[in-house]
Design a protein around this ligand. Sequence first.
Ligand code: NAP
Length: 313
Amino acid sequence: MRAVVSKGYGGTEAVEVVEVPVPEPGPGQVLIRVEAAAVHPVDLATRAGALVQGGLMGARAVTGLGWDVAGVVEAAGPGAGLAPGDPVLGLHDLLDVPLGTHAEFVVLDSAAVARRPDGLSPVAAAALPLGALTALQALDALGLATGETLLVTGAAGAVGGFAVELAAARGLRVVALAGAADEKRARASGAEWFVDRAAVEGGDLGAAVRALVPGGTDGALDAAVLGVPAQAAVRSRGAFAAVLGGQPLPLRGIRVRNVWVTADGTALAGLAGLAARGVLTPRVADTLPLADAARAHERLAAGGLRGRLVLTP
Ligand SMILES: NC(=O)c1ccc[n+]([C@@H]2O[C@H](COP(=O)([O-])OP(=O)(O)OC[C@H]3O[C@@H](n4cnc5c(N)ncnc54)[C@H](OP(=O)(O)O)[C@@H]3O)[C@@H](O)[C@H]2O)c1
């Protein structure tokens, strides 16, 4: 089968499509025939060697790329609880691997996989697992109650976009931070207030948010990885969810939670159901064949996309 890997680390020249044997599922695992798999910032970071430099994984000669997958079960190991032909979506959450989901087939633990509901296409489903599970797990880590207020930075991105929708569905009152062009969508997703990033760049996000929510929000979900400026918008003894670790420090009694996504088939089934019902909106910018993986890395790095690039083997 064909699979996309990073050979060593570097620019897009490190991205290669290679021929490898089709992997075999073990007990509790399924072999998935991949129909669609999204390309994420983490794939670019993996290829560039940033995860090795950050101590998140060891250096290896060949690293598999790709986290999300939508496809069909091709074969199931004993006790997998799924059968050949089942439409599924899943998340591959191991960093240090020779093969990821950017491939024609992938083996996942069935605990990382959910059945794909009718009404959720493979391409839309592929844009769901990493962003939506991260948003869900960050909201759970924040532990806010109905009616409390939440700042979501990067609200036009995958994690931030799902976070706005999930938070609004939980009855949280959301302040969304994104570019002006994304205000309409953020409000339609459930944001009560909106801050234009251009108005606070190099300025005072904390003051802008406190002008809307006196005293600051009860929590922040920092999908744009702003750190301290986003924390400044949170009230004392509030909660802050960081998605890249390390920052900020727990100033003013703020509970800082570093969220690292964990594959969870049960939670993913719930999120897929929400997407099928239109509560969550997986966004797809474009689809590309597996052979164009390096081009997908270039386009994602260039910025300005709204929605994920999805590889379709
Ligand atoms: N910890 C985990 O387990 C985990 C899991 C998934 C993702 N992540 C990380 O979470 C971050 C977000 O991921 P993602 O998939 O949502 O990425 P994404 O889709 O690229 O979204 C990030 C969004 O933040 C926006 N942004 C950047 N700077 C901003 C600013 N100053 N103000 C407002 N918005 C700003 C970006 O806008 P532009 O496109 O205009 O720059 C983009 O819309 C990434 O760093 C990713 O690596 C962590």
